[in-house]
Ligand binder design. Sequence first.
Ligand code: TXA
Ligand code: MG
Length: 345
Amino acid sequence: MDTVYLRVNSENPDEAILKKAAELIRKGELVVFPTETVYGLGANTFDETAIMKIFEAKGRPQDNPLIVHISTMEMLKQIVSQDVESFSALMDLVWPGPVTLIFEKSKEIPDSVTAGLKSVAVRFPSHRVAQELIRLSGVPIAAPSANLSGRPSPTMEEHVIEDMDERASCTILSGSTVFGLESTIIDLSRGRPSLLRPGPIDPDQLKGVLPDLLVPDFVSGRKEYLGDPMSPGLKYRHYSPDIPLILVEGETGMIVAKVGIVAGRKKSLVLCSEEMKDYYPVQVKKVVLGSRDNLLEVASNLFKELRNKENMEYSQIIAEPFPETGVGLAIMNRLRKAAWKIERA
Ligand code: TXA
Ligand code: MG
């Protein structure tokens, strides 16, 4: 299949161009589109044949459910069966934006979208292109991240071209995504609200509207907690770069020495912060993700560097740990899940 590439401005997309993509969604085709988190691989939520194409194109296991993207609160009513009134303050705060909320699903939602679960994950993206595409399609769009299964999510145009060329009917390009990490996921479908995946919005920012939010151990991304059955996608290998990624964790004062030891074994590249870069051995290549005082910057560069072709010329990537505050929780979740090995300092 030849992929049609469309280019639009991310803030002011040309409606005539997006109509072509919306038409393909309505016809049951796959369309890659940008969101403020990562690029998504979308299809009409209500078209089971189109949904199957998503799993095929990504090589995604069928038991890993999809997020349904909406552009109005009317669409939410159509796809959930739960009374959402008590969560209106939460929805007002986080939507549109980089947060996915899980509710009990309505009959309208095919089982293939939710992998047979009784709940559905819903996101109202803030990205203009995503919003307009959903509006013009007239249906909620089911979409996982637009990467081949197991690879880091695409945050740049070249990533979606690399993974989805000839797999989607159409790809809408509009530059790099904003946050560079997937949405925060919160389960509201089973009593006490629970964080399932940390993301751009952290638990502290939600305290005012979700005071009883549970933050389970598995959100750290530490392998010993990943067996938790709450979120089916957790058990799969994620975000893996093409060469081994070694994460060094432990006592702050010992990190530099340990990175030096690990780097001494092979031709290495260190993913690090601005503040630490000059402490590592001179012969080791340093790639700065950002400042430790600006973890949003670090987050937005993480997948970009895990996919950067130039970085793949080394024998291994070593990552320094980041503070688990704010979006740092999501950064460490992704790093631990992407790591081939964790070395203790
Ligand atoms: O930022 C994002 O969330 C991006 C953009 C495209 O919206 N999407 C994304 O989708 O990251 P994906 O498929 O890569 O990750 C969705 C995660 C998976 O781990 C899946 O298991 C979980 O959401 N999920 C989906 N529906 C669920 C449900 N009903 N219950 C529990 N987990 C669910
Ligand atoms: Mg994904």
